[in-house]
Design a protein around this ligand. Structure first.
Ligand code: SAH
Length: 246
């Protein structure tokens, strides 16, 4: 087997935020595999095949990538942000677990700048103290688990970074979670809606939970709920580095 498989992160949007090692892997690739909008970010060139697939076909996509690499191709599986954060890396390892013959392949994961870090950077340092990341999609887990983890995270006073906050298929769930946030954190707590960060359409809003509306989030928004001691300084928001005993 002379092929290779690189699972790479494209960062939040601009080319400057793609790691040089990822750029090198993209330049050396014969095949790019990924969700349509991410594959579209790769410039076409001769000798490069682009395989764009639908968002829900992650395991088939991972298997296809393994098959191409086993056939001798230099394959790069692309994700936005980081491939290990709610993205393709885990899907590739799941496919590998089901087909261990591919374990001899040259497989590498190359990190990218994940959306929560890109969003945090645009607003200051809201993740400057302890924090957690929660995927709000109930595609692969029950909604009760999302609500349960959200409550415990707020009680532990973690700042929370929410991926996949709201889709057309489940608009009511985010409204419900905003109620949970108000119940656990109170109406004054700051919440950040960072849409399409580092893209031309970027739009960022910071409001107290009392003013947060479900429509402020969509599937291109990173939502960050601040911890209890987070404050504003001018146009910035930051979580102080120190905390007291509970
Ligand atoms: N692997 C990706 C996350 C995939 S889940 C990463 O590490 O960033 C997709 C979710 O990421 C979106 O619903 C949104 O919440 C967030 N996201 C991705 N790119 C974003 C961007 N440029 N601006 C704001 N949020 C983004």
């Amino acid at each position: 087997m002379t092929g290779s498989l690189v699972i790479a992160g494209l960062g939040p949007g601009t080319e400057g935020l793609i790691a040089p090692d990822v750029m090198a892997a993209l330049e050396a690739a014969t095949d790019i595999v990924g969700y349509g909008p991410y594959v579209e970010r790769i410039a076409a060139r001769e000798g490069l095949r682009l395989h764009a697939t639908d968002n829900r076909q992650e395991i088939e996509r991972a298997r296809h990538a393994l098959e191409l690499a086993a056939a001798g191709q230099k394959v790069v599986v692309v994700s936005s942000g980081d491939p290990g954060v709610f993205a393709m890396a885990a899907a590739v390892f799941e496919a590998l677990e089901a087909a261990p013959a591919y374990l001899d392949l040259d497989i590498r994961v190359l990190p990218g700048i994940t959306a929560m870090l890109a969003a945090a950077a645009r607003i200051g340092a809201p993740l400057g103290h302890d924090f957690c990341a929660i995927n709000l999609s109930d595609n692969l887990k029950p909604f009760e688990l999302i609500e349960h983890r959200l409550r415990l995270a707020i009680r532990a006073d973690f700042a929370c970074a929410f991926y996949n906050p709201r889709s057309r298929a489940r608009p009511h769930q985010f409204a419900r979670l905003l109620d949970v946030m108000r119940e656990e954190a109170g109406p004054e707590r700051l919440i950040i809606f960072a849409r399409a960060v580092f893209r031309p359409e970027e739009d960022i809003a910071v409001v107290p939970l009392a003013e947060a509306k479900p429509e402020m989030a969509d599937m291109r928004t990173m939502v960050i709920l601040a911890n209890a001691s987070t404050r504003r300084v001018g146009r910035f928001v930051y979580a102080p580095r120190k905390a007291e005993a509970p």
